[in-house]
Design a protein around this ligand. Structure first.
Ligand SMILES: [Mg+2]
Length: 265
């Protein structure tokens, strides 16, 4: 048992939000013990939601790859960056968008929105552009922003860790658009508050303090979760963590012990 409780509190746990890449999903396949861990949460009746910043594929694509790997989830248990962005756009009253990102992910974004390729639009939404870069679309997006469209980023991370190695992330594109337009993006994904708000809504909660957020990413995911009022659980092998991290676990066995203990505690 390597559960290390860095802080104590009197609150009992009522739900869990889990990072996907680097926790449940390692380098393109299911992490060892991940399926059994989620089965345990289901048996214990502990509500959970998986929250990912990935906007390179559609939710159905991601859902299918998780199912093929052995995870059985319902729709509410997987929350993607495009869905978080859709929640934010709806709440902000946005009706028309220009979209810079992976075509498959657009299906999760546009249920109530009209997509246009030229200005005017209410918002320019940036997802994962790495395989879909189009200079003409960038020019049109900059023009739309200069005419008043809001710049909305599904996430603005510098880089991401897939559980094996680091990769450049979509902040690469967002920072470029900010630089050219002089505008700052509204960011919906982790570590910004819309992501955590959407996750709580999926869990049917309005108060964050009895929810644990589990991630391998301290300075982005967990810092944002902590700022939002969630309990921060670091999942990984780093030996030192900042003092504001609430718990440290090294594997699913330890995580299960922590969560079940807190639920009944
Ligand atoms: Mg991660």
């Amino acid at each position: 048992m390597d559960v290390n409780s860095l802080q104590t509190n009197n609150l009992s746990l009522n739900s869990v939000v889990l990072d996907l890449d680097g926790v449940l999903w390692i380098g393109g396949s299911l992490g060892q013990g991940a399926a059994a861990f989620l089965d345990l949460l289901k048996r214990e009746g502990l509500p959970f939601c998986i929250l990912t910043n990935d906007c390179s594929v559609s939710k159905v694509d991601r859902y299918n790859s998780l199912t093929r790997a052995g995870l059985t989830l319902n729709d509410e248990q997987l929350l993607t960056a495009p869905e978080v962005t859709r929640d934010w756009l709806r709440d902000a009253g946005v009706r028309t968008i220009m979209y810079l990102g992976a075509p498959r992910a657009l299906t999760d974004l546009t249920k109530e929105l009209r997509v246009r390729e030229v200005a005017p639009v209410d918002a320019v939404v940036v997802g994962d552009l790495f395989a879909h870069f189009d200079r003409g679309a960038i020019d049109r997006a900059v023009k739309a922003i200069s005419q008043g469209a809001i710049l909305v980023a599904m996430q603005r991370n510098q880089r991401w860790f897939d559980g094996i190695e680091w990769h450049v992330d979509n902040g690469f594109w967002v920072a470029g658009l900010e630089y050219v337009t002089g505008r700052q993006a509204v960011v919906t994904g982790k570590p910004y508050s819309p992501a955590y708000k959407s996750a709580l809504t999926r869990l049917g909660l309005t108060v964050p303090s009895n929810t644990f957020f589990v991630s391998d990413d301290i300075m982005s995911d967990l810092r944002g979760a902590k700022n939002f009022g969630l309990k921060a659980v670091y999942f990984g092998s780093q030996s030192t963590v900042p003092p504001w991290v609430d718990y440290v676990v090294g594997d699913f066995s330890s995580l299960a012990s922590l969560l079940i203990g807190e639920k009944h505690g």
